[in-house]
Design a protein around this ligand. Structure first.
Ligand code: MN
Ligand code: MN
Length: 309
């Protein structure tokens, strides 16, 4: 038996990371690569559990270490967001929609990265290019991932291709009204956020970046209304500080994105706050509100990188 190849997304997996891995592994299998399997790099969040239950798909295998494993990466290409010992993995392909990261590989591979709203958009397009019609459940997973990553097409990361992909997938998935399904996903996500502990709020969608040679952590949580977490600020900032110190990060940011207000509040801890202020404006009580800001990858990372570089 050939050694397995695992398709895997980032740590603190979201719906796009999990569903893109499952759908791409299924496509590979349909194309005759029987040794390709989906995996996940952490616990599933509430929204992803809802999606897998809805389409009756089992959770993929949990991997905790990349050493010696054949991997196809989806939805990430930064070492700090991947399984530990990624440098000891055999990476075969990357399918992605974030900035180019810090991964250096010894040989040429398939590296497919485009600025669309979700990795699942690229995976769904690949189905159609290859002439493979996704099974109902796989269509449902990809549709869910696109609606999740784009916050129901509200995020400025949304492209025509994401809308087109959802329109093509919806009938295959048996979803008559994708917009309503997107709202249901969002409700599941926002309700789960309200129940989270400060450690979960900070840790569940925490990503590390290298900017100007320093490591920066940015956590994001979506809420319905701005100010939803104001009463818990001290406890959340305490967690953010502890996490920054434990991981040895230069700076850590907690991004609270309000879906209804189309804005984000950024809370900051760490070195050189003046650099953060240069990017986002004056901090008041450790935070700043940025109107129109909803995307970590498109609106927070580039602005911070510009001043840290
Ligand atoms: Mn993701
Ligand atoms: Mn994604």
């Amino acid at each position: 038996m050939e050694r397995p190849v695992y398709v895997i997304g980032h740590r603190s997996p979201d719906t796009d990371s999990v569903c893109s891995a499952i759908a791409y592994a299924a496509l590979k299998q349909q194309l005759g690569e029987q040794n390709v399997r989906p995996a996940r790099a952490g616990e599933l969040n509430a929204e992803t559990r809802f999606v897998l239950r809805h389409f009756e798909v089992p959770a993929p295998e949990l991997l905790v270490d990349a050493a010696g494993v054949n991997l196809i990466l989806v939805d990430h290409n930064e070492v700090g967001q991947a399984l530990p010992h990624l440098e000891q993995a055999n990476i075969l392909e990357i399918w992605e929609h974030h900035r180019l990261g810090d991964l250096r590989l010894p040989r040429p591979i398939v590296f497919h990265c485009e600025p669309v709203g979700a990795t699942a958009t690229l995976i769904s397009e690949l189905h159609f290019v290859r002439g493979v019609v996704p099974a109902r459940a796989m269509a449902g997973l990809m549709l869910s991932a696109i609606l999740s990553d784009t916050l129901g097409f509200r995020s400025p990361t949304t492209t025509t291709r994401d809308r087109d992909a959802v329109a093509r997938l919806a009938p295959l998935a048996g979803i008559e009204r994708p917009a309503a399904f997107g709202e249901e996903l969002l409700r599941v996500k926002l309700e789960a956020a309200e129940r989270k502990s400060p450690a979960q709020l900070v840790g569940d969608d925490f990503k590390e970046f290298v900017m100007g040679g320093r490591r920066v952590g940015i956590s994001q949580v979506e809420v319905f209304r701005a100010g939803a977490l104001a009463a818990r600020k001290a406890a959340i900032l305490g967690e953010l500080r502890a996490r920054r110190e434990a991981a040895g990060l230069a700076q850590a940011i907690f991004m609270i994105t309000s879906v209804a207000d189309q804005s984000s509040e950024l809370w900051f801890v760490g070195e050189k706050p003046e650099q953060f202020e240069q990017a986002f404006g004056a901090l008041e009580d450790g935070g700043v509100v940025v109107p129109g800001c909803m995307s970590r990858k498109q609106q927070v990372v580039p602005r911070l990188e510009a001043v840290l570089r």
